[in-house]
Each structure stands twice: as C-alpha cells, then as structure tokens.
Design a protein around this ligand. Structure first.
Ligand SMILES: Cc1cc2nc3c(=O)[nH]c(=O)nc-3n(C[C@H](O)[C@H](O)[C@H](O)COP(=O)(O)OP(=O)(O)OC[C@H]3O[C@@H](n4cnc5c(N)ncnc54)[C@H](O)[C@@H]3O)c2cc1C
Length: 460
C-alpha cells in the first residue's frame, strides 16, 4: 500500500469539506464495501466528497501524488470499478440531494443519489424519468452507461432524458455540459461512462407518471417456458409503449402468493408494468394470463415508487455476483432454446436469466446521437449469476459463461457497458461500435493521461 505522509494528507484534509477515510479508521471497511461481494479492494484513501470543489481537490491531490483514482456513485457496478487497490476512491455517496422543479419538470440530482432517493423526490410531484429496476442502484453510474427500466419503452433511456450535467475534469476544472455548452462532452457522457470526468450534478427531464400504476408478476412452471416465450414474443410486438413486460427464469423465491410447494421450483415469471389508465391496463394484460397454466399471480394497483423497489429483496448487497449480457434485436427460436436449456441448469437459488424489453422510444434515437449506440436493441438479456459462498464461484461463473457463449450467435452486435464484468475489457470497442473512434478522440482531448481508467475503459 502506498504510504502518505500525514502532512500530505493533512493538506488535503484542510481543503475538503467531506471526510477522508484511511485504512486505520474504524469505518474504513464499511466505506470501501460495494454491492458485489466478490470485489474486495483496499484504497489508500477514500475521500467522501461533499461538493464539486471537494471532487476537484481530490482529483488534483491524486494526480500530484500519482495515485490511481476510482469513482464511487452508488457502488453497484458489477465490475467493481468504484473501488481500487492502493489508490484514491472518490466517494460521492454522501452527495445525495435531489431538487425538483415541478413546474418545469426538471430534477437536479447529485451523483450519490440512489434510484430510490431519486424516485422518492420526483414522485412527490407525480413525476418520473426512466431509471433501473433496483432502488439501491446509483443514478450516476446507471446514467453514464445508458440506463433503462420500466419506463424506457415510453420515454427512452435515462440518457435520452439527460438535459445537462456539471462535471469536474481531469485537470480539476468545473464545467457545464448540455446541448449548448461543451456539446462534445455532453455527447460523450451519455453512454461513455466515467471515462471523461466526474459528474457532480445531473439535470433530468421528467414526465407525469402515476403516482399509482398497475404492476405485478405472473409465475408459470418452467416446463411451459417455450410456449410462454413464444406468446410473449408475439405479444410485445403490438403492446403499447405504456406497457412493459420482462421475462425472468429462475428458481421460485418464497413469494407469499405462491404455494410453499412451488418454492425452489424452476419458474418463468412475467413481470408486468403499466403506467396508464388502470382499467385499460387490466384489459391489456389479461391475455398474458392465457400464456400457460400459472402457478400464481400477484398484480395490482400500487405506487410507482413501491414497484421500483419490488425486486430489492432479491438484489440485496453482500452476495457474490458475476453477470454476462447480450443485446437482442429479436427473440429467435435459437435464443429461446438456449435460454430454456440453461434455465434448466441454474446452479444456485439466486441465479437468473432475465429478458428486459426496451422496444420503443429508445429505438427512435440515431445510433450516433450520443455515445450509447445500441438503438437497434429491442431486448437486453442479462445472465445474472448470483450466489453466497466462494466455494460456488467456479460453478456459477461457468454456468454464466457457458450460457453467454451458447446464446452469442443470436445476439446483436455490441453490449451494454453497465452489465459488463471486469474481465470483459476486450468487449469495450465492440460495446461502443460506430461511436468508438469519436470516443477515443474525446478521451484524448479531455483525459489524455487516462486518470479515469477504472471503468469500461476507452483507451487511446
Ligand atoms: C442489482 C442491480 C440492478 C441493476 N438494474 C439495472 C437496470 O434495471 N437498468 C440499468 O440500466 N442498469 C442496471 N444495473 C446496472 C447499473 O446501471 C450499473 O451497475 C451502474 O454502473 C451502477 O451505478 P452506480 O453509481 O451504482 O455504480 P458505481 O459502482 O458507483 O460506479 C460505476 C462506475 O461508474 C462511474 N461513475 C459513477 N459515478 C460517477 C460520476 N459521478 N462521475 C463519473 N463517473 C462515475 C465510475 O467509472 C464507476 O466506476 C443494475 C445493477 C445492479 C447491481
């Protein structure tokens, strides 16, 4: 571990308003911990920033002392890039303020806010914008990689709703980016991740949503998966964009609406979300019940912010996680067979395959309009390996990798950077596709020393 003289650290302490946590401090282990328990790294110093000036001081200090930098928003990234060994972790998780201008339908969000913090603040005004499906995820990392969730069919990716941002650059300068200011950087951060600087404030456009929506689950036995998925594929082609349905294959958790006999059995779940008139929604979702002979269902009117937390109990921090992901332009017979084959070999009660539907507004944006370019993807499929014991690492990782390989022939080009693991750096160029050359140019312009490299790194 790099040693810092007390005097040097004191100089930084005198400058920043936030706390500096060092390895000897009692809260060090708690603060360096992130969502994926497979990642166990020990930074030399953690700067828990209070504002953009703190971020700027931390960057300058790290640069002057040749310390590696990692940036922590919500700490959810599966690759664990929020935390580094022996370097400086710039921890934004205490910068959580979400200000809402309800009249203008805008939210101003600090980078430590979770999706839960964001949804709570904007839903107080009956507003929302598309974000992910697990409320403890950080808004910062999610946005910078793209961001999609239940509202994406109707309102696009999270980045499609980003209006402006405040950033601190590699040289410590604070700037604004938007369609009118520093437009090249505004292009780059909408998908380019943390490669270009630290975002200290996001401005999002908001839409009227809920606050009550119709949502829930229908659970079928896995031996009906083929017919359910074939009917699902047809159904979503004409479903209105207010309606989103995702398919999840896993072992049945002990959900109260399922008989105890079903718990632990292999299942396929349709997760349903409708943000429109409830009666109309009831009519629209009714055909889904006929896709098979269901074990059970739980669907009802509920607050949007509550549905945004519905999957939290299955996605708690502290488990070991290894993910693989493909974009799909269609659910071909081949991919359905592959999904079903590997759903039959799920190695732990927490592993799952999910097929997220993004078909809609996200597909109507040009692929070079911003750094995120996968505008042809209609589905994002995630192989979510998740388990508790290190002894299961090999089996669960092997399962995820084998499924990823078997389903690769049916995937479209590219990948969603936010679902990539740390061993996928060879996929970065493919992930950005046509936008990669421009991203490389901008990386050279804004971070020539690549001080922001703990990410899915754009290398010059
Ligand atoms: C359980 C779970 C559910 C998920 N569900 C969804 C989903 O529904 N939809 C979806 O789109 N994604 C989803 N994701 C993926 C998620 O978008 C990424 O994991 C994302 O990186 C999380 O952001 P974070 O701020 O929590 O991550 P962190 O680990 O804190 O940060 C990840 C990286 O982002 C960069 N970064 C973070 N903050 C900043 C900043 N302020 N400035 C510059 N760079 C920064 C850094 O490079 C950092 O290493 C999910 C992830 C998990 C673990």
């Amino acid at each position: 571990m790099k040693i810092h003289s007390n005097e040097k650290i004191k100089k930084l302490k005198d400058k920043v308003k936030g706390q500096i946590v060092l390895p000897d401090d009692s809260n060090y282990n708690e603060v360096r911990e992130i969502w994926n328990a497979m990642i166990d790294r020990r930074p030399a110093a953690i700067v828990r920033c209070k504002d953009a000036n703190d971020v700027s001081h931390a960057i300058s200090y790290a640069r002057e002392n040749e310390l590696e930098i990692s940036i922590r928003g919500g700490g959810h990234n599966i690759a664990g890039s929020a935390v580094c060994d022996n370097g400086m972790m710039i921890d934004l998780s205490n910068m959580k303020t979400v200000k809402v201008d309800a009249q203008k339908k805008r939210a101003f969000v600090e980078p430590g806010a979770t999706l839960g913090d964001f949804d709570k603040a904007v839903q107080a005004h009956g507003l929302a914008t598309p974000v992910g499906i697990n409320s403890t995820t950080g808004i910062a990392g999610l946005t910078l990689g793209g961001g999609f969730g239940w509202l994406t069919r109707k309102y696009g990716m999270t980045i499609d709703n980003l209006v402006s941002a405040e950033m601190v650059l590699a040289d410590g300068r604070k700037i604004q980016v938007s369609k009118d200011e520093n437009t090249d950087l505004f292009w780059a951060i909408r998908g380019g991740g943390g490669n270009f600087g630290v975002v200290t404030r996001f401005e999002f456009a908001l839409h009227s949503v809920g606050p009550e929506i119709l949502a829930g689950l229908i659970v079928f036995p896995v031996d009906q998966a083929k017919q359910v998925l074939i009917k699902y594929r047809e159904f979503v082609k004409s479903a209105p964009e207010e309606l989103n349905v995702w398919a999840i294959l896993r072992k049945a958790p002990p959900l109260p609406f399922l008989s105890e006999k079903v718990h632990g059995k292999d299942i396929i779940v349709l997760a349903i979300f409708y943000a429109g008139d409830v009666q109309e929604g009831e009519k629209l979702i009714d055909p889904l019940r006929g896709f098979g002979d269901a074990y059970g269902e739980h669907i009802g009117v509920q607050p949007y912010a509550q549905w945004q937390q519905a999957f939290d109990p299955l996605l708690t921090p502290g488990a070991r996680n290894y993910w693989k992901s493909h974009n799909l332009t269609e659910l071909s017979d081949g991919v359905l067979d592959s999904i079903i084959e590997f759903a039959g070999k799920i190695p732990s009660p927490q592993c799952e395959i999910f097929v997220g539907l993004v078909l809609g507004a996200a597909n109507r944006v040009a692929s070079d309009a911003m750094a995120y370019g996968h505008r042809d993807a209609k589905f994002v499929m995630n192989v979510h390996g998740r388990w508790d014991e290190a002894s299961q690492d090999e089996t669960c990782i092997a399962w995820a990798r084998s499924f990823f390989k078997a389903s690769a022939p049916y995937a479209s080009a590219g990948a969603y950077v936010n679902f990539m693991t740390e061993d996928e750096s060879d996929r970065v160029a493919a992930a950005y596709g046509v936008n990669y050359p421009r991203l490389k140019q901008l990386k050279k312009k804004y971070d020539p020393g690549n001080i922001f490299h703990n990410n899915q790194n754009i290398r010059v």
